[in-house]
Design a protein around this ligand. Structure first.
Ligand code: SF4
Length: 324
């Protein structure tokens, strides 16, 4: 894995506040979650079948890309054995989820066979159909100064360069079961962060950088829909940084609370293991029909958090005692 560090370090200047795409998108999703995670440094391990399966596919795709880049044969037998072995571990870890249908109507077992039988060959086929492209980045690490105060770091799944035009194509691999809606493809912040990195990594202007999601399980790619992703995204990024600087950590209550690791309703073990990380403002939404705006405790301001948390914990403990 190659690494290019763009930021020059100096002992005289204040170090930049380091951000990744996931860190800034956490603030965008819910400022209070950002506070719990990055300001209060409550890092909770939160794996699920989607992230485990996604990491596995990423690692196989990485091996294939390295073989192509190094003009070596792709050992599909070894890769498929690795994939099957790891899928078995995932099935043991998530015995119910592995055999449950998702919104596409497919189970993870079916996705496993789909990947083994066809998706695994996508990158090799793509490269054969596009002899004008070469792979220039695989899990390409980057770090750059965004605005003199913040830096962005991360890694790009893979990048191709057109050897005739010099154009860069950035691909982010997603193991989504269904393609994204058009509204999700309008100036994704992730692509803006990657484009600014690509400009510095490969010295290519923005108008020669294209970004797309590669969806192996849907046998397609989806490009971002904006003409000018960076210009469209910068005001959004600047607004998010301003909100953080002003300590605006008001929670955003949505159905996503259901999957939030700081929600004691769906992750009750934190009541005992990490009570200081409990979010008291979660939506009580559990299934379609529930009102996503329903909460146990309403947000007031930051000075009320400790009392609200204490009250929330005592209420939930009481409920658990009553059930038992
Ligand atoms: S439970 Fe909801 S409101 Fe609380 S931190 Fe998580 S996403 Fe934010």
């Amino acid at each position: 894995m190659s690494e290019i560090t763009i930021t020059e370090k100096s002992t005289d200047v204040k170090p930049l506040d380091r951000y990744s795409y996931s860190k800034i998108s956490c603030y965008k999703q819910c400022p209070f979650k950002f506070k719990l995670k990055y300001e209060d440094k409550n890092y909770l391990f939160s794996a699920n079948i989607a992230t485990d399966f996604g990491s596995l596919v990423h690692s196989i795709e990485e091996d294939i890309a390295y073989a192509i880049q190094n003009v070596q044969p792709i050992n599909y037998i070894v890769l498929k054995n690795k994939f099957i072995l790891e899928c078995r571990k995932i099935a043991q870890k998530y015995p119910i989820d592995f055999f449950n249908q998702d919104k596409s109507g497919r189970t993870y077992q079916e996705k496993m066979y789909l990947y083994l039988n066809s998706s695994i060959y996508r990158l090799e086929n793509f490269m054969q159909q596009h002899p004008e492209l070469k792979i220039v980045g695989i899990e390409q690490k980057f770090e750059y100064d965004y605005d003199g105060v913040h830096s962005f770091s991360g890694s790009i799944d893979r990048a191709f360069q057109n050897i005739i035009t010099g154009e860069i194509i950035i691909q982010d691999i997603k193991t989504w079961s269904v393609p994204a809606q058009n509204s999700e493809l309008k100036a994704p912040l992730q692509f803006a962060v990657y484009m600014m990195a690509a400009e510095k990594l490969w010295g290519v202007p923005f108008n020669k950088i294209k970004c797309e999601y590669d969806l192996p399980l849907c046998d397609t790619t989806q490009a971002a829909l904006s003409e000018d992703i960076v210009s469209d995204s910068k005001p959004v990024l600047d607004k998010l940084f301003k909100g953080i600087q002003q300590e605006n950590f008001k929670p955003t209550i949505t159905a996503l609370c259901h999957w939030c690791e700081y929600n004691p309703l769906t992750n009750p073990c934190i009541l005992d293991t990490k009570p200081e990380a409990v979010c008291p403002y979660f939506s009580t939404w559990q299934k379609s029909g529930d009102n996503v705006r329903d909460t146990l405790i309403a947000w007031k301001d930051l000075s009320s958090v400790a009392i609200d948390r204490q009250f929330c914990i005592s209420q939930l403990r009481q409920q658990m005692t009553n059930i038992n």
